[in-house]
Design a binder for this molecule. Structure first.
Ligand SMILES: NC(=O)c1ccc[n+]([C@@H]2O[C@H](COP(=O)([O-])OP(=O)(O)OC[C@H]3O[C@@H](n4cnc5c(N)ncnc54)[C@H](O)[C@@H]3O)[C@@H](O)[C@H]2O)c1
Length: 433
């Protein structure tokens, strides 16, 4: 089938490439000329494990191309996927200007029956709006479908081929059939719903996952006050199959390109329908507090952090990505800098992106050991698996003071204390009254 993917960001590039890999003929479109030029030359603009090889294979096989023109690539398309950004507007609502701009462009150039598939995360009712925009200019047949994306940055390619489910929101049997054909090679449950249910499934999923993390972070506070260990508690709780072990990791809280904006947007969606989603408001508040709580722990240890030097390991919002959008690591660094601390930073992939935000308020390193050396403490704020493999004895020897704040509960407290660190993590250090 011929698929046009509009928006070649994390979602569009990964899913477009994966569609090509299962045999479809795909063209990825973006208005960012520099991005398309890079991709045409074989340069991948984002870091996503395995993506460069997959793009290369599918370009060479003639199934994947890149272009800046939607209009030129619409003729003959079976489906046009919209995968543009839906960032938060100032009031927390999803900003739909990019989705609507693509809908307008499709409306102006549509000639035959085509499936318009919304892959961007959009509030309930957006499908209807897109239909209305197209109907105004195009009188022929078309279907608008909702097909939210559930990939996780860092494991996006695996997530595509081994999805838990594919959600397809449709109004007609014809649209459902085409979508089921497109996804036929993917072996997982295909959930066919109304457009509205599908739109809400995406927000409800992200909000639930964010709630799970905020919940365990609340438990972590009780642990710190009572002497329980949140890692032990989470393990014991997660073994209950009704709950499950995932997203029960205490730490400095969730961030990234999706959870913060989607949780806020769902709260706004609820409000716009006259419902006050109290639980979600608390989930957001707990998450914000979690970051300050980490900074407060550092302040409690040092009393005054003005002029203190910290080596910070991690900038990305999570491991295995270069994405720093709403990164808790960046937020914590900004809070420390504001209080007069000096910060040295290191990340495996996210430094270039972080420089755009942090500018010259911190010093950047290309080597984790050089980053932390001669500092007053090391702060681990992104769960890169490589941090587990560092020589922590060498790090301890290179510090002014052997103090380690592990904001991701990544390391073993026993091992770190045996090495000689004063080791702080989340929900594991009993605060003496
Ligand atoms: N990143 C994720 O992990 C993830 C996961 C699931 C769902 N989503 C959702 O998918 C959507 C896309 O997210 P993303 O992270 O890929 O965003 P992104 O910002 O990485 O990419 C969006 C791309 O769309 C392009 N674009 C904007 N307007 C355009 C237009 N008129 N024509 C062509 N291209 C245009 C931009 O230039 C950009 O390259 C969002 O709604 C997001 O919430 C993201």
């Amino acid at each position: 089938m011929k698929i046009v993917m509009v928006g070649t960001g994390y979602v569009g590039l990964v899913s477009g490439t994966c569609f090509a890999d299962i045999g479809h003929d795909v063209v990825c479109i973006d208005i960012d000329e520099e991005k398309i030029e890079k991709l045409t030359k074989g340069v991948i603009p984002i870091f996503e494990p395995g993506l460069d090889a997959l793009v290369k294979n599918n370009v060479e096989a003639g199934r994947l191309t890149f272009s800046t023109s939607l209009k030129e690539n619409m003729p003959g398309a079976d489906a046009i996927f919209i995968a543009v950004g839906t960032p938060s507007a100032a009031d927390g609502k999803a900003d739909l200007q990019y989705v609507y701009a693509v809908a307008e462009e499709i409306a102006a150039n549509l000639k035959d029956y085509t499936l318009i598939v919304d892959k961007s995360t959009v509030p309930v009712g957006t499908g209807k709006e897109v239909e209305a925009i197209i109907k105004k200019k195009y009188k022929g047949g078309f279907d608008v479908v909702s097909c939210p994306e559930f990939l996780r940055e860092g494991s996006a390619i695996k997530d595509f081929s081994r999805s838990d489910r594919v959600v397809i929101g449709v109004r007609t049997e014809k649209a459902a059939k085409i979508m089921l054909d497109i996804f036929a090679p993917i072996k997982c449950e295909k959930v066919v719903t109304t457009v509205e249910s599908s739109e809400l499934i995406k927000y409800a999923s992200n909000a639930f996952l964010a709630t799970k993390i905020s919940f365990i972070n609340e438990i972590a506070h009780i642990c710190e006050k009572s002497g329980a260990d949140v890692e032990e508690v989470a393990h014991g709780v997660g073994l209950d199959k009704r709950i499950g072990p995932k997203f029960l990791k205490a730490g400095i809280g969730w961030g990234g390109s999706c959870f913060p904006k989607d949780v806020k947007a769902l709260d706004q969606i609820a409000g716009s329908h006259g419902y006050d989603f109290k639980l979600l408001k608390s989930v957001i508040e707990v998450n914000q507090h979690q970051r300050q709580h980490f900074v407060d722990k550092i302040k409690k240890h040092f009393i005054d952090i003005k002029g203190k030097n910290f080596g910070v390991l991690g900038l990305a919002f999570k491991g295995n990505t270069d994405d720093i959008r709403e990164s808790a690591a960046i937020d914590i660094i900004q809070r420390l800098v504001k209080e007069g601390a000096k910060v040295d930073c290191f990340d495996y992939e996210a430094t270039a992106n972080a420089k755009e935000i942090l500018k010259d308020t911190v010093t950047y390193y290309e080597d984790p050991y050089k980053c932390v050396a001669d500092n007053d403490a090391v702060l681990l704020v992104t769960e890169w698996p490589q941090f587990l493999e560092l020589d922590w004895r060498q790090i301890k020897e290179s510090l002014n003071e052997p103090v380690l704040f592990d904001g991701r509960n990544l390391l073993s407290p026993e091992k770190m204390r045996e090495i000689g660190f004063t080791y702080y993590s989340v929900g594991q250090n009993h605060e003496e009254k």
